[in-house]
Design a protein around this ligand. Structure first.
Ligand code: NDP
Length: 294
């Protein structure tokens, strides 16, 4: 494959994190505060533990004030809501991330609704969802923001392009569609009931796959010259039993046809944490009333 086709999310995310760290140092020097991020983990889901560890590490590397709350799976709804209320009131905390999914019995929607929208760095509060669709100022979910930053970096102007987003989850598909619409793309959102998905995908100048099905998107679904963003993270079995991560796109086939494509791993994945740091910086600046660095 022609290496210039590869959209290197890992390198882009490193650059973004370095810019955020520099901006945080500047805030400390000029305004005397550090962005603060609180991460809340309930229970002992192994994947969530890995995510929380990387978020904490990134928080330290950015020079932020980091707070980690690890609660047992037996935590009650009232206890969790009380913690969120304390974090809402904490002047050193500008971003609150409650790692999802929550253990059975806990109502994630109610918890998200309790987060101060100005501190909702995951962008899931109804006020931020509304802001995204209405074009108002808010906080945007991290993975979708990462996808659009990669697209703008590669393509420049996105206006007028046909974008097809496969997947309509509140966390990924819908916010990506909203962001692409805001960039003046013509957006189609496909899902499990879409008829003739390959034909729909072949219309796409920008094809975003956020499905959760290993290598579902085949090479002949991709319009020649399209840009492909693969959000999927799927573990497939290997003979050594360790498994291997693949995206929602059959990478080699699609890369032969596309003009640019994100790999899995090393594409969209690293952008999520980088954008979490950027969102926390943004939230901190807004709360403190200082200009948000570009
Ligand atoms: P969800 O399961 O919430 O949503 C999947 C979407 O895909 C749904 O809208 C569903 O349609 C659609 N879908 C399922 N099967 C098909 C099909 N056969 N044809 C067309 N559409 C289909 O997943 P998420 O949005 O949370 O995540 C999607 C993927 O992105 C996962 O692999 C996840 O691991 C990954 N991910 C990666 C992140 C990163 O940092 N890179 C962050 C978050 C997620 P319907 O609505 O009709 O059911």
């Amino acid at each position: 494959m022609d290496a210039s086709k590869l959209i290197d999310g890992k390198a882009f995310a490193q650059g973004l994190r370095a810019r955020v760290a520099a901006a945080a140092a500047e805030l400390q020097a000029r305004h005397g505060f550090r962005p603060g991020l609180a991460v809340v983990l309930v229970g002992d889901d192994p994947a969530s533990q890995v995510y929380v560890r990387s978020k904490t590490k990134a928080t330290e590397e950015a020079g932020f004030h980091g707070v980690e709350h690890k609660l047992p799976a037996s935590t009650t709804q009232a206890e969790l809501m009380a913690l969120v209320a304390r974090l809402n009131a904490d002047p050193d905390v500008h971003g609150i991330l409650v790692q999802l999914p929550l253990p059975a019995g806990l109502d994630a929607a109610a918890v998200v609704a309790t987060i101060d929208p100005r501190k909702d760095v995951d962008g899931l509060h109804a006020q931020n969802v509304g802001a995204l669709w209405s074009g108002a100022e808010g906080l945007v979910p991290c993975t979708p923001l990462g996808c659009v930053l990669l697209l703008k970096d590669r393509l420049g102007q996105l206006a007028g392009r046909n974008a097809v987003v496969i997947g309509r989850s509140a966390l990924v598909g819908k916010p990506i569609a909203a962001l692409l619409l805001a960039e003046n793309c013509t957006v189609t959102v496909a899902h499990s009931r879409t008829k003739d998905l390959p034909a729909v995908c072949r219309q796409a100048d920008i094809l975003v796959a956020a499905v959760g099905r290993a290598e579902m998107v085949k090479g002949d679904w991709v319009k020649p010259g399209a840009t492909v963003i693969d959000v999927g993270i799927n573990r497939v079995p290997t003979p050594d039993g360790k498994g291997r991560l693949v995206g929602d796109v059959a990478f080699a086939e699609a890369a032969a046809v596309a003009s640019a494509i994100t790999p899995v791993p090393g594409g969209v994945g690293p952008m999520t944490i980088a954008c979490l740091m950027r969102n926390t910086l943004t939230a901190a600046c807004r709360i403190k009333g200082v200009p948000v660095p570009a």
